[in-house]
Write a protein that binds this ligand. Structure first.
Ligand code: ADP
Length: 452
């Protein structure tokens, strides 16, 4: 800032200096011209009586004059000229100053002389006998005046520029000093230029806003931490509960077999129940492991190009068996499209979506997986013709252990973790998840990878 002010002051000073110089030269030039004319006029006044008395002879006797002297007859004939032979000179009646002198008594002109070949100033006076006496001197031109004054002008300019620089430096420091001294925290009236007061106020407001924003962010962060802590606690409680139920069943069935309360022919049935419950436990524990891995990012980071169409087709292949049991028609449509991701996670996500689409479908229903690609990005859509999800549950089905119909979900082997894995997995893979569902009509879940 100091530098800028310094430069501005210096530029203004230099401009004023230059303008002053030009004006001074102009005035000086005008003054010199007037002086020259006066000089000629004075000299003619001295010469006139001599010429009137003695004529050309008087002029011929004159010595030591640096002026050109010409005597012209009233008809314009040159009678005498101290620089050239008068006989050879043309008629001068047409010369501006002569014409003027013949008419009014005196005349002046300033032009380039054809005889002397230089800028010349003329003064002519009509004598009593009607003849005109003319004096001429070389005229100082602007450039001549300037050239003669070059050294003093340069010296003065240099001095003035140095002075201007010095004062510019002092002034700029003085202007900036109160701003440097300024303490935005505590500005008292009169501390600083009144023009800056609104800026200071603005900074003060902004500071207040930023402080408030920081405090708000800290509060939100604390709330978020609290919420996370609560979710963790809920998750632990849920996990314990979910694990306890099948374990209690297993332990109960095993106990009555051990105590001999079961007839030998019923034992395979009870063993089957124990097997079922333990299978369910395995699925649950596996899901919990996957969720924890996604939570902690503990999955090996092997990102690769994966074809969504191929993977979906492969997943549907794995679901052919359960689909067949309900006579559900599995279809894959669309085109091949590749995304960059972790194969294991993408497989989990697609599997859970398709698994739900089969699990919550009706007899003879349909599951359609479609892979689409356009300039907005890549989409994988899983649509079923199943029982659908009522509006009020749609926001919550992605929560851990949340089920619309707990007993139904359990009966068909759900853990309540599938959509939670989908949500976390999709976020990990950079895809957005969208749910559109109507009870008794079906559910459509779309994963979108937006084009960059
Ligand atoms: P679950 O293991 O119980 O299927 P999810 O997290 O996968 O758990 O799903 C949560 C709940 O959302 C399910 O219990 C079910 O009620 C509902 N749901 C999920 N997918 C569908 C679907 N395709 N059709 C109808 N309901 C569904």
């Amino acid at each position: 800032m100091t530098k800028r002010i310094f430069r501005s002051i210096l530029c203004v000073s230099a401009a004023v200096l230059l303008a002053g110089l030009i004006i001074t030269l102009g005035v000086l030039y005008g003054y010199i011209n007037v002086q020259q004319r006066n000089e000629l006029e004075d000299e003619i006044t001295y010469l006139a009586p001599g010429v009137e008395a003695q004529g050309v002879e008087y002029l011929k006797k004159l010595e030591n004059t640096d002026k050109r002297i010409t005597l012209v007859d009233r008809d314009g004939t040159v009678l005498y000229d101290n620089e050239t032979d008068a006989g050879e000179m043309e008629n001068h009646s047409g010369r501006e100053e002569i014409e003027e002198a013949l008419q009014t008594g005196e005349g002046t002109a300033s032009r380039r002389s054809s005889t002397l070949a230089e800028p010349t100033i003329y003064y002519a006076k009509r004598l009593d006998n009607g003849q005109v006496l003319r004096l001429a001197g070389s005229e100082y031109r602007m450039m001549t005046v300037f050239a003669n004054l070059l050294y003093p002008i340069c010296a003065v300019c240099l001095l003035m520029i140095l002075l201007a620089a010095f004062f510019a430096m002092r002034s700029s420091e003085k202007i900036v000093e109160p701003i440097n001294r300024l303490d935005v925290e505590d500005v008292k009236e009169g501390d600083v230029y009144e023009e800056i007061a609104p800026l200071i106020q603005k900074i003060g407001h902004q500071k207040e806003t930023i402080t408030n924003q920081v405090l708000e962010a800290q509060r939100q962060q604390r709330e978020f931490e609290d919420m996370k802590e609560q979710m963790r606690r809920e998750f632990t409680a849920n996990v314990s509960h979910e694990l306890k139920t099948p374990l209690t069943s297993i332990s109960g069935f095993a106990e009555i077999i051990k105590d001999g309360f079961v007839k030998p022919e019923d034992i395979p049935g009870f063993a089957g129940k124990i097997f079922e419950e333990s299978q369910r436990l395995i699925v649950l524990v596996n899901d919990i492991i996957k969720i924890s891995q996604l939570d902690e990012g503990g999955i090996p980071y092997d990102r690769e190009e994966i074809d969504l169409y191929d993977m979906a087709e492969e997943v549907l292949g794995r679901l052919a068996e359960p689909a067949k049991k309900k006579n559900i028609n599995l279809q894959i449509l669309g085109e091949h499209a590749k995304i960059r991701g972790v194969r294991l996670i993408l497989d989990e996500v697609i599997y859970n979506l398709c698994d739900n689409a089969v699990k919550y479908n009706r007899e003879n229903g349909t599951v359609i997986v479609r892979v689409k690609r356009d300039r907005r990005g890549i989409q994988l859509v899983v649509a079923d013709t199943g029982i659908g999800i009522p509006k009020e549950h749609q926001d919550r089905v992605f929560e851990r252990f949340y089920r619309v119909d707990k007993s139904h979900s359990k009966a068909i082997g759900g853990t309540g973790l599938g959509l939670s894995i989908v949500k976390h997995g999709a976020a990990f893979l950079g895809a957005a998840v969208e749910l559109d569902s109507r009870p008794d009509e079906g559910t459509v879940i779309t994963l979108t990878w937006k084009a960059a």
